[in-house]
Ligand binder design. Structure first.
Ligand code: C2O
Ligand code: CU
Ligand code: CU
Length: 544
């Protein structure tokens, strides 16, 4: 057995219901796998590993039980209040997802030690049925971010169910193997619900190139949180937070501050997910070695991409290959993060009278903080070589678009202290002409950002590709030049950064599912304010 599997119950810090469920899942998984079970990477008050300084928050292990079984899966998934330790020594009230396997491989659900939901592990082609139970006192719904699903399986705000009610999902996983996630998505409450904890990682497995596996394949969820002296989460308190987007004070990874992850002296696949509400992050290694990126938003890149630092917006994922074999045992390798969610001078000064507290941060000075510390463990080094990847899928090109000479334009604006798309906001399933497409066709869209804030725009359904970025207004072009080389746009994405003044052209394939889907800004406060619209996919062949 390559890894020492170990689970440390955290009885004191979990309410009894959660505790019981977690242990039941663990035991079930352990029984099947014949191994102890390893959980998510970080914990605020787990035992210290030998290399961690005292006081740091750390983990004993960071991997998953083997997943083998491809039987259909039936899960129970719920959202409920609970407690978690985000900063060592303090308990916070949170909301979290829990899940259990009713039918299928018990290793499909791996409970997380933090407030994060369990990691869900699906196979491509697998049928998955989920009964979702809302145990909160307000409506919610679960969206499977990045999965290509029929309208009623997508988890849209219109399907939100009240507290005490259930929602049944039944779908076949049709996505490429890769890193996805799931999160709450009720209209107007997504920001607060995700902030309180309603999000988790979803991994699709299938045929993939030779990337590190099992205990060397770990998700890392990057977020931020503001905690009061009482240890409780603080969310939006001023209109400014609501309007700009809520960037919290403390970086949190895998649900804890000062996250430390022990790693063997070998190559790893790190599935980085930016699940922060508003913070677009630039990520780099503390030793300044380049970031080797193998996949973005669940999809392999056409080939390995190497950047000095990687831009990851809220909603986006970047799967990074990192070889820890060249470090000595005990070395501490930091994943560092700089906040790119800047306010332009226009936002700080112009037309927003009476709002104190703005106006500082008007330019982009990169302020690096530690997001995660990887602690290299003792043992012989087993170096690997950078993977070669070559997905068997054609490149999505502009020439296939039905409107290639006339892209559809979506203008992003800010007025009346709110955010707008083509002058309108969320209106359930009413759609404009430009928000209508035909299943199986490809269109060109352009997002034009005429607002002073960056917007990471996300589309539900098939992944898209960025084909060009041009400027309508160069006010923030300087700031852009310092991050441009960190963009990861060689392959497919489901969320794309639209910088103030830019016109971003994307190729959008529609398909196979007709019905209503969503596109929105993934700054959750912008989305909640209405920067979210439906688009309608009509059946191929013209029937309405
Ligand atoms: Cu991750 Cu509609 O969102
Ligand atoms: Cu989504
Ligand atoms: Cu936005």
């Amino acid at each position: 057995m390559p890894h020492a599997a170990q689970y440390t119950p955290r009885g004191m810090s979990l309410d009894s219901v959660n505790h019981t469920i977690r242990r039941r899942e663990l035991l079930a998984a352990a029984g099947i796998a014949g191994l102890g079970v390893l959980l998510g990477s970080c914990s605020a008050d787990g035992p210290e590993s030998s290399n961690a300084p005292s006081g740091a928050t750390t983990r004993v292990a960071s991997s998953f039980p083997p997943l083998g079984d491809r039987r259909d899966l039936r899960l129970r998934l719920w959202a409920e209040p609970g407690q978690a330790s985000i900063i060592a020594g303090k308990q916070s009230e949170v909301w979290r997802f829990g899940a259990e396997v009713l039918e299928g491989d018990p290793a499909s659900v791996v409970a997380h030690q933090s407030y994060l939901g369990p990691t869900l592990r699906f196979h491509r082609g697998q049928r998955v049925r989920v009964r979702f139970e809302n145990r909160l006192r307000e409506p919610t719904i679960v969206h499977w971010h990045g999965l290509v699903l029929p309208q009623l399986q997508d988890g849209q705000p219109n399907e939100a169910v009240p507290g005490g009610a259930t929602y049944d999902y039944d779908f076949v996983v049709d996505n490429e193997p890769g890193t996805y996630w799931y999160h709450a998505h009720p209209h107007g409450r997504t920001g607060e619900q995700v902030y309180r904890g309603l999000a988790g990682v979803l991994i699709v497995y299938g045929d993939e190139p030779d990337l590190p596996k099992d205990e060397r394949d770990i998700p890392v969820v990057l977020q931020d949180r503001t905690l009061g002296a009482d240890g409780q989460l603080r969310y939006v308190r001023q209109m400014h937070d609501q309007m700009a987007g809520f960037v919290a004070q403390t970086l949190v990874a895998d649900g804890v501050a000062e996250c430390t992850i022990p790693v063997a002296r070998a190559p790893f696949r790190l599935r980085l997910l930016n699940a922060a509400n508003a913070r677009t992050q630039l990520l780099r290694w503390s030793d300044r070695s380049p970031m080797h990126v193998v996949a973005t938003d669940g999809h392999l890149l056409p080939s390995l991409v190497t950047v000095p630092a990687a831009v990851v917006t809220p909603g986006q994922r970047a799967d990074v290959w990192m070889d820890f074999s060249r470090f000595e045992p005990g070395a501490r390798v930091e994943l560092q993060s700089a906040n790119l969610f800047v306010e332009s001078p226009a936002f700080a000064g112009g037309g927003m009278g009476g709002m104190g507290g703005m106006g500082a941060n008007a330019s982009l000075n990169l302020d690096w903080e530690v997001a995660v510390t990887f602690v290299v463990q003792p043992g012989a080094a087993s170096p690997g070589k950078a993977p070669s990847i070559a997905p068997a899928r054609p490149l999505l090109t502009e020439s296939t678009a039905v409107n290639r000479s006339q892209p559809k334009v979506f203008e992003l604006t800010m007025r009346q202290a709110s955010h707008w798309i083509n002058g309108v906001q969320w209106a359930d399933r009413s759609v404009a002409e430009v928000e209508t497409a035909v299943a199986g066709t490809v269109e060109l869209w352009e997002f034009v950002n005429r607002s002073p804030l960056p917007h990471p725009m996300h589309l539900h359904g098939q992944p898209i590709r960025v084909v060009s970025r041009t400027w309508d207004d160069r006010t923030l072009a300087n700031e852009w030049s310092s991050i441009e080389e960190g963009l990861l746009e060689e392959g497919l994405r489901d969320t794309v950064l639209v910088w103030p003044g830019q016109r971003v052209r994307i190729v959008v394939p529609f398909g196979p599912h007709e019905g209503y889907f969503l596109y929105h800004c993934h700054v959750l406060e912008h989305e909640d304010a209405g920067m979210m619209r439906s688009f309608r996919v009509l059946p191929a062949g013209g029937g309405r």
